[in-house]
Design a protein around this ligand. Sequence first.
Ligand code: ADP
Ligand code: MG
Length: 635
Amino acid sequence: MSSIIQLLPDHVANQIAAGEVVQRPASVVKELLENAVDAKATDIKLIIKDAGKSLVQVIDNGSGMSVTDARLCFERHATSKIRQAEDLFSLCTKGFRGEALASIAAIAHMEMKTKQDQEELGTHIIIEGSKFVSQEVAVLPKGTSFAVKNLFFNIPARRNFLKSDTVEFRHVMDEFQRVALAHPNIHFTFYHNGSEMYNLPAAGYRQRIVGIMSGKTNEKLVPVNEDTEIINIQGFVSKPEFAKKNRGEQFFFVNDRFIKSGYLHHAVMAAYDGLLKDGSQPSYFLYLQVPPNTIDINIHPTKTEIKFDDEQALYAILRASIKHSLGQFNVSPVLDFDRDANLDTPYHYKDLEGETPTIQVDGTFNPFTDDKTNQHYSKSGSGSGSVYSSGSGSGSYSGYNKRVEPTATWESLYVGLETDTIESSPFTFENEEEVTSSLFNDNEIEQASQGTYQIHKKYIVSPIKSGMVIVDQQRAHQRILYEQFLLNMTVNQASSQQLLFPLNLFYSSDEMILIEELKPSLETTGFVFEDAQTDHIVISGIPVNITESEVSMVIEQLLSDLQDGIPASSYSQNDTIAKSMAKSLAVKTGSYLTEKEQDNLVNGLFACKDPNISPFQKPTFITMRVEDIDKKFAL
Ligand code: ADP
Ligand code: MG
């Protein structure tokens, strides 16, 4: 039988390799930016068109290439960055596999211009699908420019696989941000379809982070610094109160390379233990430097995952140093010994004469009597500020002999909470007569609204003709809100409440892009936006069933729900928005509901088109027939 094995031609091998390295325009951006960084550029420009689908261009002022190198760089396994396998353990460059340019050239139209500083003339090469089209000598500035056009022109299947411009652009943005955050000492500019997205002058870490995220980021950051033999940690973490709903602002850089590490992420989360609300995510920008021989970068073609020699030690150091920083930030005002105590005097006391407190002795005091009214709760008057607390100016120490009622104070902690939840329950159902439930006949529903009872601040129980119904309050309310929002969006009739003072909400630039995309749908729910800004939105009207204080929470939840890409059709975008807003605004398990609210909830649920399940496909209620209950008692 004849032999059948053949060596693949280079251009085929390159196309196959490209499958690993180049998944989308963002991959090209990453590779070209990293090459420019490796070429020691101090100024790097990124220019893209149509989210990188028609053009990705990177212009740098780095070392440039000789004529020979300019030709060689497109060969597979052609690299100037390592010479032998051992070099892999002393890497200081982003690249080393020598396959990026060969891969990109195999699947796109590519134009390169490059010139070294000491040369008079440079080289201009055009290569399309691994074929050299032209090579010329040209007058060029120092540095290199790569332009990549028509990505995947010869692999239609992959071209069709690309997502919408918005999604692809977000990927490009992510890659740009990662490289720019890792190298604050380099001046980066970024243009998309002719408009400037970023212009980031060389700076320190903090300025770069603020430049990339938003102006408001600065006040949220707590510095982290730790230097040990095996690792140096620098960077910033966010104060716990600024934790977000999504993981968009979490960055690890190891030896100036962005990496993903679930293990190190866990270390950061462990440092925040007890400081974060459930499910909220801190922002972090952490720059780790480790000896190059203690890590292995070559475990993944895109090099975003690496292996550490001593992961456990790094975990412990990282967690401890962040804990320390957060602790310092929390206690520093209290432990500020250098502070002038006079500055702490309340403003309206500054001109008053200091009064000497007089001490009154309670002659009747007997420590051995049981009479609690006589007991001294010295705690009530402790603390230096309490001298002012009487405010009477009588000079007597009013804390003395004052009876403290611990239970009363303890209970009062909850008073506000309860009324809060009651007030913020947005129950307004206008369609009560439109009851269309397949499960209950009209009689039963009437009965259902006759008596309801809330148990465990979670379920609402109500008798019906055949037995009883138990409604999950949170899921039921989600269903009601979801249908309301969807209805408003489809008939486009949402009413909105005008705000007295427009709300300014700040977002990072990729969040702003998402919001821009969502605006038309959000407007159909009742939001009114004023003119677009670059780093914040101005909201002048909000849907009627949202309170002003809930707005930022609702939008943040929405952004987090949409993190994985915007659904293509507008129907499903509306659906996502309706679901997300229903989730944010629904009354939660644990909230007390008045009888009227319970009633509205049960009626509202059964007025829904689809009362049986929540928007997230969970049952909203169960029924128990009298026979079922009888059976239980018969046992
Ligand atoms: P790698 O970066 O892994 O070495 P690449 O295919 O990305 O592989 O690049 C091949 C070689 O081309 C690099 O090793 C470098 O010598 C050269 N090169 C690529 N981009 C530039 C640039 N912007 N400036 C100077 N040299 C470059
Ligand atoms: Mg490279």
